[in-house]
Design a protein around this ligand. Sequence first.
Ligand code: HEM
Ligand code: HEM
Length: 188
Amino acid sequence: MNDLNLIRRYEPISVAMHWITLLLMIAIYASISLHEAIPRGNPWRGAMEDWHIYFGFTVLALALIRLAVNLRLRTPPISPPPPVWQLRVSAAVKIYLYVLMLVTPVFGWLLVSGEGESVNWFFIPMPALAAPSESLADLAGEVHEMLGESGYFFIALHAVAALYHHYMVKDDTLRRMLPAFLQKQGRN
Ligand code: HEM
Ligand code: HEM
C-alpha cells in the first residue's frame, strides 16, 4: 500500500488555498511596509498601496471560497492526538485568522470609501462601500490598522505552533497541510 495513504491529510484544494493565502499575506504586508518606507512624491509609493489593495481584495475573495469549501470538509485528525486544550487554542486562532482574512479587507475598503477614493481590484473598478466621510475614514483606518497589525502576532503564533508540532512533538500536524509532492520530505 502507498505510504502516503496512511496520512490523513487536508484535501489538495484546501492545501492550495492555504499556501496561496500565505504568499498573498506576505505580499500584503511587504507592499504596505514599502509604501510607508518610500518617500512622498516617488510614484512607487502609490503603486505599493495599489498592490496592497489588489492583494487585499484577493485574500478576501479567496477566504470566502475557502470558508465555503472548508466548512463542507472534515478536518483530518492529528496523529498522535494533541491535548484538548491545544486543539481548543488552535481552533480559536484559526477562527481569528478567518476574521483577519475577511474583516480586515472590509475595513480597508471602508477606509478608502470614506476618503472618497475610487479603487480597483486589478482592472476591475470596485464600488464604494459608503459615502465619503472623514469620521468613517478615521474609524475604519484605526480598526484596519489594529486588525492588520494583530496579524503579525497571530500568524506567527500559528506558524510557530505548527513548526513546534512538526519538529518537537513530531506528530503529523504540518504534514497534513503539505502539498503531496512535499509529503515524503515532510516525513520524520
Ligand atoms: C487581509 C487583508 C489586509 C491586511 C492584512 C491589511 C493590513 C494592513 C496594514 C498592516 C496596514 C498598515 C497600517 C498602519 O500601520 O498604518 C494597512 C494599511 C492600509 N490598508 Fe490594508 N490590509 C488588507 C487589505 C486592504 C484592503 C482590501 C484595502 C482597500 C480596499 C486596504 C487599504 C489600506 C490602506 C489605504 C492603507 C494605508 C492607510 C494609511 O496610510 O494610513 N487594505 N493595511
Ligand atoms: C508559515 C506560515 C504557516 C504555517 C507553517 C501554517 C501551518 C498550518 C498547519 C500545519 C495547519 C493545519 C493545522 C491543524 O489542522 O490544526 C494550518 C491550518 C490553517 N491555517 Fe496555517 N500556516 C501558516 C500560515 C497561515 C496564514 C498566513 C493563514 C491566514 C492568514 C493561515 C490560516 C490557517 C487556517 C484558517 C487553517 C485551518 C485550515 C483551513 O481552514 O484552511 N495559515 N496552517
